[in-house]
Ligand binder design. Structure first.
Ligand SMILES: Cc1ncc(COP(=O)(O)O)c(C=O)c1O
Length: 485
């Protein structure tokens, strides 16, 4: 016997006339609504919405929320996504009425506090990046990539240089080529050397006068700091091109190394990874970018500017690429990033990076005897194990292990990325986990690889939805509710 509120949709729970709220009788003479709004604004029938009591709605959504894993309920070592625990304090601060209740159309004189916060955030992000000019507008890391590449395109147009090619290593995130193509560039891949880092000869062979930008993720998606990053940047600069740092992995180097110092001309942050913003399913996020002084005139308009003790939105930017986002971007996410940075301070941010790297190396030392880790005995903030051998010997794939981990109460790592590692399992514990959690995860992996392959092939066995046909789900997504009776 199922609890209806847990399994049925709101439309199925609906009963005519049921309400969460009874309004008291009107104590002023009622006026016909057509008179108040105009008859063309009044619909002939009520909208087909479900009619429910408050407990029906609350139980429905609360039950739904328990079907998923989250950083508040489970260890979530999703490599590249940096699913660190989000401190509740930042949520509380971002919800303060003086921030959350502001309207973007309010006059600047009434939002001086918020503008000061955003201005200071620009300054802090610039300092952490070692790059002086900032735009807070982009709404995600990928959007930051696109925005920065549009800035680079405007810069080369201004210089009269017809550079049309963007390069990135084969270990790059798929958003890199996608952003390059959306910004109107051609994209070429730079093959990595056998140790997973940039192959300098291959890079030299790809660089020419058509090259506009090299996009590089450092530490890279294998969790390795590029040992030749200064030389990589010099090779690119000597050809008159720009270096873009995909800042998805800033958690590993916060307060330790600055992209501007190792040769980046532009970069994005993913505040939802590095500065503990919530990962909304597809948004709202933020992807602020930082650039050199030379590129600053082309940044999106407006930026937050200071004049004495007043703050304003500066629209007077004739070379700007224009707006990339409405209003000031996703301010709630930016406020959380501000609180995170202010709470930790410079020493605390460095400690975040050191602890993230320590945790990853501890977990690597425990996991590598269970599942081989091809690229290294040491790592930065994440490492990539490979189930290739297990697949060959026992028919157990990275996907089998990932799904079975859900039965053990762990969110799965990222699988099948980066593409340079077969049967990849990209594990990123982050700095927020204790040793007991890391040990329990490593123990679960060790038990899983000893289990019967048949048990793993249709795992998970304890979740609301068991193994889905992911190709079918993607190609024939059912997005509309239809009445079953
Ligand atoms: C290496 C890397 N680059 C770029 C991105 C894109 O960032 P976002 O998801 O914020 O668009 C990601 C996202 O996971 C990533 O891991």
């Amino acid at each position: 016997m199922h609890n209806r509120q847990a399994v049925q949709l709101l439309f199925e729970l609906s009963k005519p006339g049921r309400r969460a709220l009874q309004c008291p009788p009107c104590d002023v003479p009622p006026a016909p609504v057509e008179e108040l709004l105009g008859s063309d604004a009044v619909s002939s029938a009520p909208p087909p919405l479900p009619e429910l009591a408050e407990p029906d709605v609350v139980r429905h959504y609360t039950n739904l929320s328990t079907r998923n894993m989250s950083v508040d309920t489970h260890f979530y070592p999703l490599g590249s996504c940096t699913m660190k625990y989000n401190a509740k304090r930042n949520e509380r601060l971002a919800a303060l009425p003086g921030l959350a209740d502001l309207h973007p159309y309010q006059p600047e004189s009434t939002i001086q506090g918020l503008l000061q916060l955003l201005y200071e955030l620009q300054e802090m992000l610039a300092e952490i990046a070692g790059l002086p000019a900032v735009s807070l507008q982009p709404a995600a890391g990928a959007h930051g990539e696109l925005t920065a590449l549009m800035v680079a395109a405007a810069y080369f147009r201004h210089r009269g240089e017809p550079r049309r090619v963007v390069l990135a290593p084969d270990s790059a995130h798929g958003t890199n080529p996608a952003s390059a193509s959306m910004a109107g560039f051609a994209f070429e891949t730079v093959r990595s050397s056998p140790d997973g880092t940039v192959d300098l000869d291959e890079l030299r062979s790809k660089l020419d006068d058509r090259t506009a930008v090299l996009m590089i993720t450092n530490p890279n998606t294998l969790g390795r700091f590029e040992p030749n990053i200064a030389q990589v940047a010099k090779l690119v600069h000597d050809r008159g091109a720009l270096v873009y740092l995909d800042g998805a992995n800033m958690n590993a180097i916060l307060g330790v190394a600055r992209p501007g110092d190792f040769g980046a001309d532009m970069m994005h942050y993913n505040p939802h990874k590095t500065f503990s913003g919530p990962h909304g399913g597809g948004g709202p996020g933020a992807g602020p970018i930082c650039v050199t002084d030379e590129l600053a005139p082309f940044l999106p308009s407006p930026v937050v500017a200071r004049s004495g003790d007043r703050f304003a939105l500066d629209y007077d930017r004739p070379q700007s690429i224009g707006r990339v986002r409405s209003f000031f971007g996703n301010v709630g996410v930016l406020v959380r990033a501000y609180c995170y940075i202010r709470t930790h301070g410079p020493d605390g941010l460095r400690r975040v990076a050191e602890d993230a790297v320590l945790n990853a190396n501890y977990l690597l030392s425990r996991v590598k005897s269970t599942i081989p880790v091809p690229h290294g005995d040491r790592c930065m903030h994440e490492f990539v194990a490979s189930a290739e051998r297990l697949k060959k010997d026992r028919g157990i794939t990275a996907m089998d292990i990932a799904k079975r981990l859900l039965d053990y109460g762990f969110h799965a790592p990222t699988v099948y990325f980066p593409l340079t590692v077969r049967e990849a399992m990209m594990i990123e514990p982050t700095e927020t986990e204790g040793k007991e959690t890391l040990d329990a995860f490593a123990d679960a992996l060790a038990r899983i690889v000893d289990e019967a392959p048949e048990l793993l092939h249709d795992a998970p066995h304890t979740t609301h939805v068991s193994r889905a046909d992911e190709v079918r789900a993607a190609r024939h997504a059912v997005l509309k509710w239809t009445r079953s009776d």
